[in-house]
Design a protein around this ligand. Structure first.
Ligand code: CO8
Length: 258
């Protein structure tokens, strides 16, 4: 059986490709379980320094698998929602940056998956939306919370409550997407950023990500305290010594993650 999510290594970058192009990469249980398994494997693999999530064919993902959802009762739907949350939480909490390279439709759970990544690059052909209200549903994989934190309350309400799609330029303008690329250039651009991150201090990258995540919803005093203690912790590393020495000696640093 072919894999529904492929994981390929491009040097220090792991590329996760949703690979059900005929179903527009709909998020079935198998896809969510595969995403969770890949995230756990990457978490255990110290050589991966960044992750790019993308889709095969015309879609990034057209959301939860509607065929699979159709016969569910309320309990089964809740369990399905919980599985999606576990998978996206595992990706979100990786100690390395995750980028969504949105190549086409990112609808419903597909948009929620993109929002679980640290940031989003999009092809000019990308289309975003939370069309759940068209199905008599609401977002169920974190869309009501992550989208809101990314684009603000007013845009999140418009997107979720109307179910209308946004094009890539609009997504860029409202801060859902960081950059837009020509379709052929998207994946290479995302991988290049991953390669750049791989040249930085891994402990520092992980600590900065952790502090921004934990501080985002904390009160500002707590967020500042988290930053101060993480700053102290990275200051005690060999990587910090190497980084500063390399700067003073005008050479590239060689970080070892210790
Ligand atoms: N699930 C299953 N199959 C899908 C999905 C999907 N979400 N989206 C597309 N497909 C399939 C179609 O059924 C079709 O299959 P087939 O060729 O066998 O008929 C194939 O992909 C191509 O689709 P279209 O023929 O519709 O292609 P178009 O180019 O005309 O349209 C669209 C592409 C715009 C992507 C369109 O397919 C579409 O609107 N899809 C549905 C998008 C949607 O409503 N997504 C939200 C789903 S609900 C959700 O994500 C909630 C997440 C939380 C769940 C919590 C647990 C309960």
């Amino acid at each position: 059986m072919s894999e529904v999510v492929r994981c390929e290594r491009r040097g220090p970058v792991a590329v996760l490709t949703l690979d059900r192009p005929k179903a527009f990469n709909a998020l079935s249980r198998a896809v969510l379980e595969a995403l969770l398994a890949h995230a756990e494997a990457i978490a255990a693999d110290g050589a991966v320094r960044a992750v790019v999530v993308t889709g095969a064919g015309r879609a990034f993902s057209a959301g939860a698998d509607i065929d699979e959802m159709r016969p569910m009762n309320a309990l089964a739907a809740e369990a399905f929602s919980r599985l999606g949350h576990r998978a996206f939480h595992a990706l979100e909490n990786l100690g390395v940056p995750t980028l969504a390279a949105v190549n086409g439709f990112a609808l419903g759970g597909g948009c929620e998956l993109a929002c679980a990544c640290d940031w989003i690059y999009a092809s000019s052909a990308a289309r975003f939306g939370q069309p759940e209200v068209n199905l008599g549903l609401i977002p169920g994989f974190g869309g009501t919370s992550r989208l809101l934190r990314r684009v603000g309350v007013a845009w999140a309400r418009e997107i979720v409550l109307t179910g209308e799609r946004l094009d890539a330029e609009t997504a860029l303008r409202i801060g859902l997407v960081n950059r837009v690329f020509e379709p052929d250039a998207l994946l290479d651009a995302a991988i290049r950023v991953g390669e750049t991150i791989a040249t930085r201090g891994p402990l520092a990258v992980a600590a900065a990500k952790r502090v921004m995540q934990a501080g985002q919803d904390a009160n500002v005093e707590v967020a500042h305290a988290l930053e101060q203690s993480a700053f102290g912790a990275v200051f005690a590393t060999a990587d910090r010594e190497e980084g500063i020495e390399a700067f003073l000696e005008k050479r590239e640093p060689k970080f070892e993650g210790r």
